[in-house]
Design a protein around this ligand. Structure first.
Ligand code: FAD
Length: 404
């Protein structure tokens, strides 16, 4: 085999190193980490960590000792180029590392806002631990925040900022919140919950410039001519996959590093996993690039298995969650391309699920405060099953009976 070099120590990179050792991989593992912390969990950055008081150590997957015990060489450095002909990577420090197999687990970075004054210090993003740390401090100082983008991260941040007592305005270009990711039923519910909490959501508008007095943010101007005062702006307008290193190495990239159903690039010695990978999916047809912990860790397990002799295509079942205020949203399956939605439970009771169907077959379930429906969906979809829409909508129908 030879050494495995993993570029990036986020959810995917950390899991790959760990799973390789669990599967008995005995050759060197170099896990290259360009962040200033031990590998850590990202989801709490916009949830519990942002709200709480715990230190960075509460986010770490494992303490430093783990890497020594597992003989995982955790390298604090950045890969700056890949020399495929010599099977080695060059690091920013000037060092070089040879590989038997190379894995891109480079993740994604924030899409930056390109409007006047977007580079002021009180215009913030949320991707890495340092971002969350800074925002935790700013939440204690700021009075009015404008959140640009009503996706998961923007709304999670908005809910927390409101709980902390800030005035919160959310700007969204689309006609509803989280429009690219969830059904209208779920968007409507969350819109209402945020509004009840006192968050003002403005749909169908664009931020055209950040207004400032010197270096100090004073507000945001909108495409409809309005101006919203603010002393803090948080931007959540999506991410861009980190594909440049792979592209520079001559690998095929598109809206991600292109890999086949085994998560292999066009070079048999190089794989790509997690947020950066655009993978062929026999289960869903075509190619997918997903941004979730499930995707990153299941990709990692699939590649670890392949590198230790258990070769099989990636066939993970997508799932995701988002915590906003007191509500927990959980998604099982891929709820895109559906043509029918039925509700189980009652939005007015703050507990319901949207069962999504395509041509009569269940493709996914979006649940609000109904963990049982979510777990049912994960089991059923993983087994390739479906449940009749009328039965799903019938509260007296026992979902478990659809599992057998
Ligand atoms: P990342 O975790 O982004 O890790 C990639 C790492 O590679 C980074 O540390 C990066 O700095 C490093 N890197 C890049 N280039 C190089 C290089 N050249 N050399 C060395 N290192 C490099 N998902 C969920 O499922 N549920 C959630 O609730 C959820 N909440 C989220 C909240 C926030 C605030 C964020 C930002 C994301 C959230 N996600 C959530 C998404 C989830 O965190 C990502 O899908 C996951 O982190 C992807 O893992 P990854 O390893 O592919 O990428």
């Amino acid at each position: 085999n030879g050494p495995v070099v993993i570029v990036g120590a986020g959810h995917a990179g950390f899991q790959l190193a760990t799973s390789l050792r669990q599967a008995g991989f005995a050759d060197p593992i170099h896990l290259i980490n360009d962040e200033a912390h031990l590998p850590y969990q990202r989801p709490p950055l916009s949830k519990a960590y942002l709200k709480g008081t715990g230190g960075p150590e509460t986010l770490m997957f494992r303490p430093q000792k783990f890497y020594a015990d597992q003989t995982i060489d955790l390298v604090h450095d950045r890969v700056v180029s890949v020399q495929r002909d010599q099977r080695k990577v060059l690091l920013a420090s000037g060092k070089a590392l040879g590989y038997g197999h190379l894995v891109f687990a480079t993740g994604a970075r924030n899409r930056l806002l390109d409007i006047p004054n977007a580079n002021l210090p009180a215009v913030r993003y949320l991707r890495i631990l340092d971002d969350s740390e800074a925002l935790r401090g700013l939440l204690g100082e700021a009075k009015r925040v404008v959140v640009i983008g009503a996706g998961f991260i923007g709304l999670e941040f908005a809910a927390t900022a409101r709980i902390k007592g800030l005035e919160v305005d959310v700007l969204e270009l689309g006609a509803r919140v989280m429009a690219r990711a969830v059904t209208a039923e779920i968007s409507d519910y969350f819109q209402k919950q945020h509004a009840e909490a006192g968050v003002r959501i403005h749909l169908g508008v664009q931020a055209t410039s950040i207004e400032a007095d010197g270096n100090k943010v004073t507000g945001v101007s909108l495409s409809d001519g309005r101006h919203i005062p603010a002393d803090l702006v948080v931007v959540g307008v999506g991410v861009l996959p980190n594909i440049e290193l792979a592209a520079d190495a001559g690998l095929v990239v598109a809206s991600g590093i292109v890999v086949d159903e085994y998560l292999l690039t066009s070079d048999p010695h190089i794989s790509a996993i997690g947020d950066c990978a655009l993978f062929a999916s026999p289960r869903f047809g075509g190619t997918l690039r997903l941004e979730s912990v499930q995707n990153a860790t299941d990709h990692a397990r699939c590649v670890a298995a392949r590198l230790t002799g258990d070769v099989k295509p990636y066939d993970g079942q997508p799932w995701f969650w988002s915590d906003q205020g007191n509500d927990k949203l959980q998604i099982a399956g891929l709820t895109t391309g559906y043509d029918q939605v039925v509700l189980r439970g009652d939005p007015a009771q703050k507990a319901f699920s949207a069962f999504c169907y395509k041509e009569g077959r269940l493709v996914g379930i979006e649940s609000v405060n109904r963990a049982g429906d979510h777990m049912f969906g994960r089991k059923l979809l993983a087994a390739g099953g479906t449940v009749d829409a009328a039965k799903a909508a019938d509260p007296s129908f026992d979902l478990k009976s659809a599992l057998v």
